[in-house]
Design a protein around this ligand. Structure first.
Ligand code: FBP
Length: 548
């Protein structure tokens, strides 16, 4: 495989790790823990893994010898920069415990465990992938491990390979499932430990104990570089409004972080839209208002950031989508018979007055997406809705109305972008390379300490890596009961943007200034070689959240 010069140089990078992980460790147990809510129900569902203590690893003076361990690893869900470093940290940790330890990667996600598709990860393979982006070492997938038949199928291959521990690298759902699996394997005395690692560029797997999910840092830096470049183009040509949608299925952490890094003219935060019960019209008016205000100063250009999940946070759109899902699920055949040109009118005639009006106000393309693109469960695929186009078009229409009314006299030409996949497999920043390697190494320590039902945790990451704190958090501690597919289920709470949190407050305090005055910041590309203040900075979100 031909490698770029950067890839070759980067392969030699030695991730920085917490001081405690530089030799033998001892596991120090804290007090017993409780789940964040619904303690009685969670305790009942997880009798074997509930209430375990938080673990912290400290340096040990004792030399430590342990029998060889066989471990399996799975990458679950969307790609996130640093996944390969979790695996290399895990590999190095296992080899430090005993050089005869072996690591097996299950292929293409959790499905690999169930279908018995795996490969042994040898030193040669690991060395090929150190500090690289992507998940291609073993691939990833979205099969959910939810059924006991899957757990039993998995157990067969684990026993066959003499594997005694499984590491699942995934988001909130995958770590929830990892905990259910840990409970099941423990309840059935299988001797298999299960450890989770917090992954997702979306940044929504974080809480009191988990500071951030890996990949968020790199992905936001990649998007911010490109947004900065667009802002500079925009400020140079002074003739376009750029509408940029940013990935993040539900929460707006990515949009918020990119706004803090690049200071655009507008950034919409879905959680605020929901809290203020804003309508699509309110959002359109707000953006059009900024465009008009800038036009008065002769600035017919600007940058607007839009979070991917916005549509579902607009209460009225949520109602419309829900009525459409129900209606189309029950009338699919009849709908299919309607001529394509008549479909819009047909849907309008069938919806409640409120939803029909909203549907009628949507641009043709978006209305079509809402009625056609459905996932296997019959739901609208929200991520396919081109919110950036929707808003650009609706803002254009609003400005045209205002022009007729003599309220606006500028020029509005819009361009649209969607940044998502561009950042998910980027080479990890130093932060993600170090954080991920440490998470993987910590997972090996949790395994050696005989733990199960824990998530690998590395904290204090705004300090130099030497001072990072490695340990394990019982997954049940992060759980509460939530409704999923009409049933109450134990799940890890998804972290949305907190409107009383420091990152949002910092944004809200500055956004009016950024809207009218051009205050763009150009972060430039991620740097891997150079001064630490350039190469090792964390996200603004983390810095603001951790500022004491
Ligand atoms: P994970 O939560 O599994 O890490 O995935 C996040 C994400 O990248 C979202 O930001 C995005 O909405 C989604 O995956 C896209 O999914 P897919 O990879 O299936 O296209």
């Amino acid at each position: 495989m031909t490698k770029s010069a950067l890839q070759i140089a980067r392969a030699a990078y030695q991730p920085k790790v917490p001081a405690a992980l530089k030799g033998a460790v001892k596991a120090v147990e804290g007090a017993t823990t409780q789940s964040v809510a619904d303690q009685e129900e969670i305790k009942k569902l997880f009798p074997n893994t509930y209430g375990m203590p938080i673990i912290t690893f400290e340096k040990s003076d004792e030399t430590f010898s342990s029998p060889a361990i066989h471990v399996g690893v799975i990458l679950s869900g969307g790609q996130a920069p640093g996944g390969h470093n979790v695996i290399s940290g895990l590999f190095d940790g296992l080899k430090a415990i005993n050089p005869d330890s072996r690591l097996y990667g299950f292929l293409m996600g959790p499905g690999g465990l169930v279908d018995h598709k795996y490969k042994e990860l040898t030193a040669d393979i690991i060395d090929e992938y150190r500090n690289t982006g992507g998940f291609d070492m073993i691939g990833s997938g979205r099969t959910k491990l939810e059924e006991t038949s899957q757990y039993d199928k998995g157990l067969e291959i684990l026993k066959q390979l003499n594997i005694s521990a499984l590491v699942i690298i995934g988001g909130d759902d995958s770590n929830t499932n990892a905990c259910v699996l840990a409970e099941y394997y423990k309840a059935n005395n299988t001797g298999i430990q299960v450890i989770g690692c917090p992954k997702t560029i979306d940044g929504d797997l974080k809480n009191e104990q988990i500071e951030t999910s890996f990949g968020f840092d790199t992905a936001c830096k990649v998007y911010s570089e490109v947004i900065g470049n667009i802002e500079r183009d925009c400020n140079s040509a002074r003739k376009y409004w750029h509408f940029i949608k940013l990935m993040g299925r539900s929460a707006s952490h990515i949009a918020l972080e990119c706004a803090l890094q690049t200071q655009p003219n507008v950034c919409i935060i879905s959680e605020e839209v929901e809290a203020k019960k804003q309508s699509l019209d309110d959002i359109v008016n707000y953006i059009a208002g900024v465009v008009a205000q800038r036009a008065e100063n002769g600035n017919n250009f600007g940058t607007v950031l839009i979070p991917e999940g916005l549509i579902e946070f607009i209460p009225a759109m949520k109602n419309l989508i829900s009525e459409l899902n129900d209606f189309l699920a029950h009338n699919e055949e009849e709908f299919k018979q309607v001529d394509r040109t008549e479909q819009r009118a047909y849907i309008i005639s069938k919806l409640s007055k409120e939803n029909a009006d909203l549907y009628a106000s949507l641009p043709e393309g978006v209305a079509r997406q809402l009625s056609l693109d459905r996932d296997p469960h019959g739901n609208v695929q929200v991520s396919l809705i081109e919110t950036e186009k929707l808003l650009a078009e609706m803002v254009g229409n609003r400005l045209a109305e205002w022009k007729k009314e003599g309220k606006y006299n500028g020029k509005f030409v819009s361009l649209v972008h969607f940044f998502g996949y561009e950042g998910r497999c980027a080479a990890p920043s130093n932060y993600d390379a170090d954080y991920c390697y440490s998470l993987g190494y910590t997972a090996s320590c949790l395994i050696a300490a005989g733990k199960t039902g824990y998530m690998s945790s590395v904290r204090n990451t705004t300090a130099p890596a030497d001072q990072w704190i490695a340990g394990g958090i019982p997954v049940t501690m992060m759980m509460n009961m939530e409704k999923r597919h009409r049933e109450m289920k134990p799940v890890i709470q998804k972290a949305l943007v907190k409107l009383d949190g420091a990152p949002f407050k910092a944004f809200a305090a500055n956004r009016e200034n950024w809207a009218v005055n051009t205050k763009y910041v150009y972060p430039g590309p991620i740097q891997y070689f150079g001064p630490t203040e350039v190469c090792d900075q964390t996200t603004k979100t983390l810095a603001l959240e951790q500022a004491k």
